[in-house]
Design a protein around this ligand. Structure first.
Ligand SMILES: Cc1ncc(C[n+]2csc(CCOP(=O)(O)OP(=O)(O)O)c2C)c(N)n1
Length: 372
């Protein structure tokens, strides 16, 4: 018998979906294992992070989908607007719509009821499916997303799965494990600037990809060497390493990311996702100026509290380094270290604005990867 869950998998397959980013909802607990079993799947720790990872997958030539609870849309809105709608990046989102149908959890109701209005106001296309007969709307939504290069949300009410005989597997077995960490770090007075660190990165980048953080880092990279394989971010703070991870998952080229301490601390979920995969073709250059440099060098907590390299290690990233000088950075880059904590001064170089629109940045980037 074809259960509604199996129909959804069939629709995704017919649309050549080859990557899924998921975060559970109780109502789709029979669907999620089928997604996991049929597509390359990444289990998210926050939905916004999935928007970045899926954008990277698409930019690198893949066909992603997100399968989540509707509440997750609440923490995706900025990314859907400043990344997907701005650059023209498709993302079909299947959202289990809570708060509107036989809902017993009070906390679900406000957002659930408001969601159509929020999506409408934000200009994010959406479709509602309430019965199994309406599941074909998913097919139309995916086509719209990839044809018109925009996100498209499908709100799926729990009534769809209510009578489904699809079985839910039991919990996974938890194995014993041990953690040994031999870590000592010294953060010295910085000698390099971010501009100098990016210049070193550019000198080794060859035919590889660079994804650069929003604000001044992207402008500094543009000033140093504007290349088609540079993907300049202009919004969606916190998602640059997530985009880099998505690209690394579908591309053979090496992917370098220029991230910042403020942005990494906004979305440390990117590090746990990278730690989950430890892709050999990804290097995050975490430029730590102990400040939100692009907005006027307001201090971040790396100047007193946190050690980003330790955060990366705690997130499961095995191969890390800390560097202070250009020589140390060159050496860490030559080893293709996965996470390089670069200590720099809080100095912004005077740079021109990037003259391209977001869509131009995307089109020439994808053109140079020959994926469109
Ligand atoms: C969600 C969100 N909050 C705040 C901002 C404003 N903003 C733009 S860049 C930036 C600073 C980024 O700091 P960091 O990641 O440390 O990089 P740096 O500029 O220092 O290289 C901030 C706060 C934003 N664009 N988006």
């Amino acid at each position: 018998m074809e259960t509604p869950e199996r129909r959804v998998v069939g629709i995704l397959k017919n649309n050549n979906i080859n990557f899924a980013a998921t975060l559970p909802c109780d109502r789709i607990k029979a669907l999620l294992p089928l997604i996991d079993g049929n597509f390359r799947t990444l289990s998210l720790t926050r939905e916004e992070n999935g928007v970045g990872i899926c954008a990277g997958v698409y930019l690198g030539g893949g066909r992603p989908v997100m399968v989540i609870q509707s509440t997750g849309l609440g923490n995706m809105v900025n990314a859907l607007l400043s990344l997907n709608l701005t650059y023209g990046i498709p993302l079909p989102v299947l959202a289990s719509w809570r708060g509107v149908y036989k809902e017993s959890i009070e906390a679900q109701r406000h957002l659930g009821k408001s969601l159509p209005g929020i999506l409408e106001a934000a200009g994010i296309p959406y479709t509602i499916a309430r019965t199994q007969d309406e599941l074909d709307k998913i097919d139309e939504a995916i086509r719209d997303s990839f044809t018109n290069l925009r996100p498209h949300v499908v709100l799926l009410t729990p009534s769809i799965w209510e009578d489904s005989p699809e079985e839910v597997p039991g919990p996974v077995e938890i194995c014993s494990r041990s953690v040994e960490l031999d870590f000592k770090s010294e953060i010295k007075t910085p000698v390099m600037t971010r501009y100098e660190a990016i210049r070193v990165l550019n000198s080794v980048s060859g035919d590889d990809i660079i994804v650069s953080n929003l604000g001044i880092p992207s402008r500094e990279l543009y000033e140093i060497n504007d290349r088609e394989l540079n993907f300049y971010m202009t919004g969606s703070m916190g998602l640059v390493s997530s985009i880099g991870l998505g690209l690394a998952l579908v591309q053979d080229r090496h992917v370098y990311v220029i991230d910042g301490d403020g942005s990494l601390l906004m979305n440390p979920n990117a590090l746990t996702a990278i730690g989950d995969f430890n892709p050999g073709n990804l290097t995050v250059v975490a430029v730590d100026n102990a400040a939100y440099g692009s907005t006027g060098n307001q201090p971040t907590c790396t100047c007193t509290l946190s050690d980003l390299e330790l955060l990366a290690k705690a997130s499961g990233i095995e191969d890390t380094a800390k560097v202070h000088t250009e020589e140390e950075l060159k050496e860490a880059l030559s080893r293709k270290t996965c996470f390089i904590h670069v200590i720099v001064k809080p100095v912004n170089a005077k740079c021109r604005n990037i003259p391209y629109t977001a869509k131009e940045i995307k089109e020439r980037f994808m053109g140079s990867l020959e994926v469109q």
